[in-house]
Design a protein around this ligand. Structure first.
Ligand code: GDP
Length: 299
């Protein structure tokens, strides 16, 4: 899996204007190197704020410790990236409640449905029973996609032909209680933060869950397509405002040059990163591990 993560992040590396490896193999630390490093971090979509913070930290450390070798600089960069990202490494623990209710949100195409399938498999492999709620009542195709996936994998899917996502979720939680299920994964329709009536609707789904189970939802996962780069920051803030996001899934890290967006998220709207998606396959969902992520970025 270490190789898969590296392969997943390879485009981030490939797209860097000056590859990081080349930077750190130069003969000494000078202004040109720091300038190129700044450009490289911006290109990887670390964002202006995180890039500035990293550069300031690096310059300070270089001066204080009188560093002159780029390999030392690499070590300091790895260290500071860990300062940013390690706090986001908080694995999802579904044992505190039963059923443990997970609500999944995001814009269309972010990878919600795919991630739900992967997550269900991941939880099953840990011995948890799972039930899916087809809360995307806008697109019949989304409901069918979830049902087909459930049938293939022996996971029950609660769906309704039409109607209210809150009603579907209500049914699903009742069914999970009756069947002694460990985890409910509730899909929701894709929506943009600018579609205010839809943001209000998803806030209602959250309130309904809380009415059924005063301790829930136990996790509100926002699925983010990593390739949208800096827009991810705005999405986290907007969804957090309406549904109090408790965790992130960052998808499509295999297909993007923008893995650095996690540094921007860490600086501007930190949330636990529960999983990363590194491919379309059922096993291409991994718990986020900051050390591996940083190593893959810098290799
Ligand atoms: P939804 O609209 O949010 O439910 O998005 P879907 O789950 O339907 O995913 C949209 C597309 O992104 C599909 O073609 C998925 O196969 C693809 N996808 C989802 N996650 C990943 C990932 O981690 N890597 C890659 N390469 N593709 C992904």
């Amino acid at each position: 899996w270490r190789d898969r993560l590296k392969a997943g992040l390879s485009r981030t590396r490939a797209a860097l204007t000056t590859p990081l490896g080349e930077l750190f193999s130069r003969s000494r630390i000078d202004e040109a190197l720091l300038d190129d490093l700044e450009t490289t971090l911006l290109t990887a979509d670390c964002g202006v704020d995180a890039t500035q913070w990293l550069l300031d930290e690096l310059k300070l450390t270089v001066k204080k410790n009188k560093l002159d070798s780029p390999s030392q600089l690499r070590q300091v960069l790895a260290d500071r990236l860990m300062t940013l990202l390690a706090p986001l490494e908080q694995p999802l623990d579904v044992t505190a409640h039963k059923p443990f209710i997970v609500m999944i949100a995001g814009v269309n195409g972010a990878g919600k449905t795919t991630s739900i399938g992967k997550l269900a498999k991941h939880l099953q492999s840990q011995g948890k029973s799972v039930l899916l709620a087809a809360g995307d009542t806008f697109r019949a195709a989304a409901r069918e996609q979830l049902k087909a996936w459930g049938e293939r994998n022996g996971v029950a899917v609660i769906a309704q032909e039409s109607g209210d996502p809150a009603a579907v979720v209500f049914d699903a939680i009742s069914a999970a209680r009756a069947r002694n299920i460990d985890v409910v994964l509730a899909d929701t329709a894709g929506r943009l933060p600018t579609q205010l009536h839809l943001m209000e609707e998803i806030a209602k789904v959250r309130r309904v869950i809380q009415k059924i189970d005063a301790t829930g939802p136990h996790e509100v996962l926002l699925v983010l397509d990593a390739s949208i780069g800096q827009n991810a920051v705005q999405q986290v803030k907007a969804f957090d405002q309406s549904i109090q996001v408790t965790g992130l899934v960052l998808t499509k890290l295999d297909g993007t040059a923008k893995g650095g967006v996690l540094a921007a998220i860490a600086r501007q709207c930190p949330k636990p990163v529960r999983f990363i998606g590194v491919g379309e396959g059922i096993d291409d969902l991994q718990p986020f591990r900051a050390g591996e992520f940083v190593e893959a970025l810098l290799t």
